[in-house]
Design a binder for this molecule. Structure first.
Ligand SMILES: NC(=O)c1ccc[n+]([C@@H]2O[C@H](COP(=O)([O-])OP(=O)(O)OC[C@H]3O[C@@H](n4cnc5c(N)ncnc54)[C@H](O)[C@@H]3O)[C@@H](O)[C@H]2O)c1
Length: 253
């Protein structure tokens, strides 16, 4: 248990990939702050973690609100005294041809997928710098690496997460802080189910992506969590600024 005694803040940890990340870290003895806008979900994940014998805290937070995020980080630091690992898992999307999309949807996509990452990192980084250590893992998407049909704005936001993480990795290395990205392909979560059910067209798009995936299936959220676990571990101490696709071979560049 190389991570025993560490503390992680899992933003968007209430369900889907974030929940699996929180549980995977907890199984390694990591104390977890589960931060999510869905309070009951955050509390349910906290209870699951506690049943594993690990300490956990549930925080209701709107990650698109900077002041809310700052307050949440203060609460987590007050409770655990430290944050060694920050994982940004919140995300949201609505599939649309770009020409039919509207600004309200753009704002929501950019806020949840990109600005939330800026807010959590801005709030946690001074603490990590003062301790001279830390691991940040941001969840992007293969859409942000190679583009994706009807996801132009989402792909833009996820590409921004990758570019931001690389740049931050350069700044943070002098403080012994690693910044990396995990880039899932299609993953079996409530978000994917919602997107698939949007319309017959979105169902076709999703099915086409599965066909284009060499392994011909979607990922289990636990498979994404394994990659996060590695990047959060001492085994990844010399890895920074990297993007690791966990997408069954969908993208290989
Ligand atoms: N599922 C996929 O196919 C897939 C593919 C590629 C990338 N991703 C990315 O993986 C990450 C996790 O996605 P998921 O599929 O588990 O989604 P999900 O919807 O199942 O889980 C996302 C979590 O983020 C939380 N969240 C959303 N907005 C929030 C806000 N404003 N404040 C606080 N919490 C908020 C939700 O409540 C939810 O618990 C996202 O960044 C997503 O873009 C998912």
């Amino acid at each position: 248990m190389k991570l025993q005694g560490k503390t992680a803040l899992v933003a968007g940890g209430g369900r889907g990939i974030g929940r699996s990340v929180a549980l995977a870290l907890a199984r390694e003895g990591v104390q977890i702050a589960v931060a999510d806008i869905l309070k009951e979900n955050a509390e349910a994940v906290r209870d699951e973690i506690e049943s594993l014998g690990t300490k956990a805290l549930a925080c209701k937070v709107d990650l698109t609100n900077r002041f809310d995020v700052e307050g949440m980080v203060e609460v987590v630091l007050g409770h655990f005294g430290q944050i060694d690992i920050l994982v940004n898992c919140a995300g949201w999307d609505k599939l649309d041809p770009f020409v039919e999309s509207n600004e309200e949807t753009w704002e929501k996509i950019l806020a949840i997928n990109f600005k939330s990452v800026l807010y959590t990192v801005k709030a946690v980084l001074p603490h990590m710098i003062s301790r001279g250590s830390g691991k940040i893992v941001n969840i992007s998407s293969d859409a942000g690496r190679v583009g994706s049909m009807w996801e132009a704005v989402y792909a833009g936001a996820k590409g921004a997460v990758i570019a931001f993480s690389k740049s931050l990795a350069r700044e943070a290395a002098r403080h012994k802080i690693n910044v990396n990205v995990v880039s899932p392909g299609l993953t079996d979560t409530p978000l994917l189910q919602a997107v698939r059910c949007q319309s017959p067209e979105t169902e076709k798009i999703i099915d086409a992506v599965i066909k284009a995936t060499p392994f011909r299936r979607v990922a289990k959220p636990e498979e994404i969590a394994e990659a996060v676990l590695f990047l959060a571990s001492p085994g990844a101490d010399f890895i920074t600024g990297q993007t690791l696709s966990v997408s069954g071979g969908l993208t290989m560049a």
